[in-house]
Design a protein around this ligand. Structure first.
Ligand code: UD1
Length: 430
């Protein structure tokens, strides 16, 4: 179940136990939230399965209820139904919207369905600015008028027509918003330099199953021919490749042997290649991976939009490489402040030198338990991983970030034999 305990909890991690056993993972966070937003486009009730038990999901449900959609969320069974048979309101409630950045994904579908939207802007983030100028520029090229205020954006499209769009950068959020506006626009939209993450492919395939016309799914050029309505269907969220990569690192880092189920190995081509280059032994099954420790070697890696190495696995990979024999290099190309967790890791004994968006990781560095404050979801996961190999006790703080992206994180690690627990911060501060 989604952990109902307080966001001021901490994780207490005692290092040393190798992880062993089988873990079955969830549907992808970065798909599920967009599939829910796509419910806005559905002329009827959309039924979603494999919805992960993460904290962002109930907030997205609140955003959708706030515009009049009927949302039935059953997290115990990983299901969510969204009834949008009545046209939604175009002004999602600010309170819920500002609690999750993924709520910006409602912009495109609202413009597609109602031809207008007023939505609060997602705040900045510890991993870098989250700009939306590509989303806005695309909507304007499709005929919308856009007014950007300090903390919200208002879009009115008296007519919403197809357009030829080229993104400056394959932005995940911009690609999704523009696709979701274009599926109900008049005429054909060509979106070039589109992002092609597996979660975007999942969204596009679901839209096609609802009746949308989208060509080029999985390629950098999407061609979308607008239709009049999208019909209700049932859809299963694709597996979470970032969660799978995180558990793979956990297994390798602790000298363990873990079978990870509900994975699509093809979505993890580059992470698996880099893990193997680092000496990790990986057996691929149809929808599973078996990850066994080997002697860890240094590797160089560069984060890039898919199919490049995902920025969302960069902190976890850095933790792994602190234990490799030699010097590894990492270049972060997607978010400007994604190395902010490195200071925390350094306090545990990691030897990492940062120069702009490059990092040199020298290993093996024996890690020692300390307090680790994870300022975003992946940093919090990386702190937990570091604790699993550190000598002594690590206390991971600000764990509400981890709750946003990892379903059942602590119970799953415990089931694999990790010595971890979640306790109120007051227990360790006393
Ligand atoms: C999504 C994922 C996030 C992942 C990221 C990159 C969700 C909910 N989040 O975030 O986990 O790390 O993709 O894979 O799916 N940018 C601009 N202008 C824009 C749009 C983006 O400058 O109009 C910049 C951003 O500031 C960032 C980079 O492009 O530096 C990548 O952003 P984007 O691909 O849009 O990521 P998100 O959709 O925010």
């Amino acid at each position: 179940m989604l952990d109902p305990t307080s966001s001021t909890d901490v994780f207490v991690v005692r290092g040393g136990a190798p992880l062993r056993g089988t873990v079955r993972l969830s549907g992808a966070k970065n798909s599920a939230l967009k599939l829910m937003a796509a419910g806005i486009l559905c002329d009827g009730t959309l039924e979603l399965g494999a919805i992960p038990r993460i904290a962002d999901v109930p907030v997205m449900a609140e955003v959708l209820r706030g515009i009049g959609l009927g949302v039935d969320l059953d997290l115990a069974n990983e299901r969510c139904t969204i009834d949008a048979s009545v046209e939604p309101d175009w002004r999602p409630p600010r309170d819920a919207v500002t609690r999750i950045r993924a709520s910006i994904s409602c912009l495109g579908p609202l413009v597609g369905r109602t031809r207008r939207a007023r939505i609060a802007l997602p705040g900045g983030d510890k991993i870098g600015a989250r700009r939306i100028e590509m989303h806005v520029r695309g909507l304007m090229a499709m005929g919308a008028e856009v007014e950007e205020r300090a903390d919200e954006v208002e879009v009115v499209a008296r007519e919403l027509h197809g357009a030829i769009l080229t993104l400056d950068f394959p932005s995940v959020g911009a690609t999704e918003n523009l696709v979701m506006a274009a599926v109900l626009a008049d005429g054909t939209t060509v979106l070039d330099n589109a992002a092609r993450e597996p979660e975007i492919q999942d969204l596009c395939r679901m839209l096609v199953a609802m009746g949308a016309r989208i060509d080029g799914i999985g390629s950098p050029t999407l061609e979308i021919e607008g239709v009049d309505r999208l019909a209700p269907i049932s859809w299963e969220t694709c597996p979470d490749r970032i969660e799978a990569g995180t558990y793979a690192v956990a297994a390798a880092l602790t000298g363990g042997d873990v079978v990870i189920e509900r994975v699509r190995p093809a979505d993890l081509t580059l992470p698996l290649l880099k893990l193997r280059s680092a000496g990790v032994v990986i057996e691929e099954g149809g929808d599973s991976l078996r990850v066994k420790a080997g002697d860890l070697d240094p590797v160089d890696f560069v984060t890039l939009p898919y199919p490049g190495f995902p920025t969302d696995l960069q902190p976890q990979m850095m933790v792994l490489l602190t234990q490799a024999e030699g010097t590894s290099r990492c270049t972060e190309n997607v978010f400007e402040s994604r190395f902010s967790f490195v200071d925390e890791l350094a306090r545990m004994g990691a030897d990492i030198q940062i120069d702009g968006h490059h990092a040199l990781i020298r290993g093996p560095a024996p890690l020692v338990g300390a307090t680790f404050t994870g300022l975003d979801v992946r940093a919090g996961a990386a702190g937990t991983l570091a604790g699993l190999v550190a000598r002594g006790t690590t206390v991971v703080r600000d764990v509400h970030h981890v709750d946003r992206g990892y379903a059942d994180w602590i119970p799953r690690l415990q089931a694999l034999g990790a010595d971890v627990e979640r306790v109120p911060a007051s227990d360790v501060d006393a």
